[in-house]
Ligand binder design. Structure first.
Ligand SMILES: [Zn+2]
Length: 341
């Protein structure tokens, strides 16, 4: 009997192993590339490249779709030859992932080369990231966002802040080292909380002065040094709309490249209905108000973008579905509609 049990459990762990092996092997391989410069240099010759020009990604339009082309190392070499550059240029690239078959993917900044030449050779165009994120396939947006963030980080960390000496990236681009002072720099993100405040039957949305006309979103703010997520949520809600959070619940997180590499941490926060009078901080916000379920549902049907009314006002609309605030609003609607009346 024990032997059968052992056989069953061996079979079960074998299955689990098989289920996870592609992912685990992929992560282990990427980690090796980050740690081993010569292995990574070798991988670059067999890898594919996602191109950027002054941090704008290269896209190709095929029919109505925008694709993020993966340029082969051979094709990269051909392009570099046009500019009389050697293939050592490829070492400027940073590792951004790999396929299930372990073809490594890199991102490469080509800002020093003539943009129009690359565009006509590769039949596509370098597109502003803010636009690119909303036109490419959903699976490609996070890749573009993190690739650009990593390239941006390298561009702005060329020198050591302790000794002022130049820093050098490892081949994968997972860190920079100052050989003069021995300091190692790792790419960083700033944590930001995005909070959807509810009083049980309504939710609170606000406008920052920089928002496009008519757009309302959840409250957001950077974590202060030493704060945990709960403390940031409570402080931001108090600061921005003068309400005290009773309870909060984490929802999800997302990397966001603007203004410069943030980790967006999305939460739902509940305030007491009796205390739900907003006292808005006009230094941070232009408007903050409660929305009922019906109005929220109407706004969600509206396509993102300003639409001016005859009286000069704008109909409210919410960030597009790629933004985590949109997800919070949809979750709130789901929660409201699944509650017994
Ligand atoms: Zn240094």
């Amino acid at each position: 009997m024990a032997a059968i049990h052992q056989a069953v459990s061996r079979r079960a762990s074998f299955l689990v192993c098989r289920l996870h092996s592609t992912y685990v092997r992929k992560m282990r391989y990427l980690n090796e590339l980050k740690e081993d410069d010569s292995l990574c240099r070798q991988a670059q010759t067999a890898g594919t490249f996602c191109l950027f020009h002054n941090l704008s990604p290269f896209l190709q339009k095929v029919g109505k779709k925008y694709l993020v082309p993966q340029i082969s190392a051979a094709e990269m070499k051909r392009i570099l030859e046009i500019f009389k550059e050697t293939e050592q240029w490829i070492e400027k690239s940073v590792l951004i992932g790999c396929s299930d078959e372990h073809t490594p993917h890199f991102a490469l900044e080509l800002g020093a080369l003539e943009k129009s030449v690359i565009e006509s050779e590769l039949k596509g165009s370098f597109t502003d990231l803010r636009k690119a994120l909303f036109v490419v396939d959903e699976k490609d947006s996070p890749l573009l966002a993190s690739a650009q963030a990593l390239l941006r980080w390298h561009a702005s960390h060329q020198y050591c802040s302790k000794s002022g000496q130049p820093t050098q990236k490892n081949v994968a681009g997972s860190k920079r080292v100052c050989h003069a002072s021995g300091v190692i720099y790792y790419p960083q993100m700033s944590p930001v909380v995005v909070t959807l405040v509810s009083d049980g039957s309504r939710c609170l949305l606000a406008r920052q002065p920089s928002f496009p006309q008519g757009m309302y979103s959840a409250l957001s703010g950077f974590c202060d040094m030493g704060e945990n997520v709960e403390e940031t949520v409570r402080r931001e809600v108090a600061e921005e709309v003068g309400l005290e959070v009773e309870s909060l619940q984490y929802s999800a997180s997302q990397h966001w490249p603007f203004p410069s590499s943030c980790l967006m941490i999305a939460c739902h926060a509940l305030v007491r209905p009796q205390q739900a009078e907003i006292s808005m901080n006009s230094l941070e916000l232009e408007e903050a108000r409660w929305f009922g379920l019906e109005e929220i549902v109407e706004c969600l049907k509206r396509a993102p973008g300003s639409s001016k009314q005859e009286n000069g006002s704008f109909l409210p609309w919410f960030p597009p579905k790629q933004a985590i605030a949109h997800q919070l609003i949809c979750e709130w609607v789901k929660q409201q509609t699944s509650q017994p009346a």
